[in-house]
Write a protein that binds this ligand. Sequence first.
Ligand SMILES: NC(=O)c1ccc[n+]([C@@H]2O[C@H](COP(=O)([O-])OP(=O)(O)OC[C@H]3O[C@@H](n4cnc5c(N)ncnc54)[C@H](O)[C@@H]3O)[C@@H](O)[C@H]2O)c1
Length: 271
Amino acid sequence: MTHKLFDLSGKVSIVSGAAQGMGKEMSIGFAEAGSDVILVDINNIGAEDTANDISKLGVNCIVVKCDVSDTTQILDLYKTVDKKFNKIDIVANVAGPGGPTAPPAELDISQLEKVVNALVIGRFVSCQEAGKRMIKNEKGSIINFGSIGGWSSLGRGHTAYGMSMGATIQMTRELSTEWASKGVRVNAILPAQVWNSGLRERIKNVPELEETFIGGIPMGRLGEPHEIKGPAIFLASDASSFVTGAILPMDGGNLALNAGGTYPGSPRVYA
Ligand SMILES: NC(=O)c1ccc[n+]([C@@H]2O[C@H](COP(=O)([O-])OP(=O)(O)OC[C@H]3O[C@@H](n4cnc5c(N)ncnc54)[C@H](O)[C@@H]3O)[C@@H](O)[C@H]2O)c1
């Protein structure tokens, strides 16, 4: 039996990054909880695949191709949603590039601008458009995807990504404070390493990386994309009606662990 506080029936959700990974799983999770879903991605074929999975669940679902680093495309997305659904209850800003890896002294500024555009400006414009509509309706839930890499430093040349995810976390705090009294909740989820195609490729090229990741995750494993469903449905639904400005790690214990610490079973030295 599921509790009715988690019921999303009659709600309309936008999820970016819906073609694969956590965005896909989240979209399916929202649909399973009863929400209509707008699937947003630059990868139309992948998003159509997700739509196909959702079509069996008895909710409305459309695909909108949109590059979240392009403000005009985000504005067009919201206009499409206005036309087709005339309301928006839940927005999950999931999509984003991983960013270039480069030693900070060599980081190309045009590469940095690209990441900031997608992860900071893109998320902000989406929050702004969602916020305008939700404030009018006096209700709404926005979920921003950050990263543990926006909370503490990953090193390994991830400066552009880390800076941008740090900005996403602070954006979430600012907007939650501004909009809390207007019925609009804004929260963030910070994943640690969760399996995706990019990560599989990197680990294939540098196998020791998996051990490095696991050394920081007391659960002793990487996350699976479907594990986003629970936290996302919680933050989207009335189950979290008094929760805003929360920065929720989904990290197998990563942020609780001191960078120099170990846990039983850690591949690092345990003494
Ligand atoms: N997987 C992890 O280990 C991890 C850890 C921390 C944070 N995150 C963040 O979580 C989010 C989702 O991660 P994931 O692992 O599910 O990703 P993923 O790589 O599996 O999927 C990302 C999706 O976003 C889409 N996308 C990329 N750039 C886009 C753009 N400019 N406009 C529209 N769509 C775009 C891609 O086409 C893809 O479908 C990302 O923001 C990522 O930075 C992931």
